[in-house]
Design a protein around this ligand. Sequence first.
Ligand SMILES: [Zn+2]
Ligand SMILES: [Zn+2]
Length: 331
Amino acid sequence: MVGPARVRTLEVIYGFSDSERWSCRSGEFVSRTEQSRVFCLRVQHIPWFEGWRPLLRMASLDCRRADCQRHIQTVTLLIEFLSLFAIVVGAIVLVMLLTGLFFEIMNARHPERRIQKDRVNTRKWQELRQAPVSILTLTTCFVSGLFAQQQGWTIAPLELSWWSGPLMLLASVVLYDAWFYWVHRLLHRKPFYRFHALHHKSVAPTVWSNHHESFVEALLNQAYYALVVFVLPIPWQMLVLQKLYDQVSGMLGHAGYEHFASPAGRAPWPLASTVFHDQHHGTFRFNFGHTFSFWDRWMGTLHPRYDETLKTFEAADAAAPSQPQMGSERH
Ligand SMILES: [Zn+2]
Ligand SMILES: [Zn+2]
């Protein structure tokens, strides 16, 4: 028997009346009114959230229309997509708040690690106002990729194993870095800069600047996640891990304080650092990459004093580093 709450859910979805009663027989939900043909939803396994399955199983339809099977499938897909969307939005907001809180505390405890010592950013709340647009856009792209893969519309992902997981994750991080670099270069070209100008209003970035971006900029950057599943057989768990990394590292890059200075962030190593992206905001002309600095090194867009500036932060009690020439504050 179907509980009252679930009947209400069905009523909302399909407009069922109170008089309709439903029971489960042989794995299918069958209407007690004999004249009705009822289709049972073939709900696919949803690996990331088992909890919705009962609801989806319940969503059977009293079918009187020829196209009702297709209608059921469409509604099922929509419910699955929206379920995943809600979970991802919740997770992103949670990670954003926890990461932001972590860096606010770290920044307060280590004022000497401030990168642009001559600038104060008072735009935190303005930056946060754009977060809903950014988060909804990136979630749409990310969930689209994940969902397409789960439905089998993409190339088949590799089975997750000790070698396929790390390999696909690394490949995807390298691919995304290239994507980000060239999209970023494009956004700095005159016809496209208007979509990127909002992000650059913060010349001295804060941890909240990560989501201070226009809809078009978010869409261009995050379209990667909707497309990569069509070219890379990455297991969905690794895509989730990459998104988590992307979220945390994006905020780290805007923290405004260099907490994790390390030789791995400068030549001859390929990793970037907080100083790396901070210099991008400060100068507008250098350091377009995301995780790695090698695209900037190859293309000649690395800030000429990047390596030496990062080095000044490597001592535990770093003294004030020598600052590169920053651009003028813009509002
Ligand atoms: Zn930029
Ligand atoms: Zn930025």
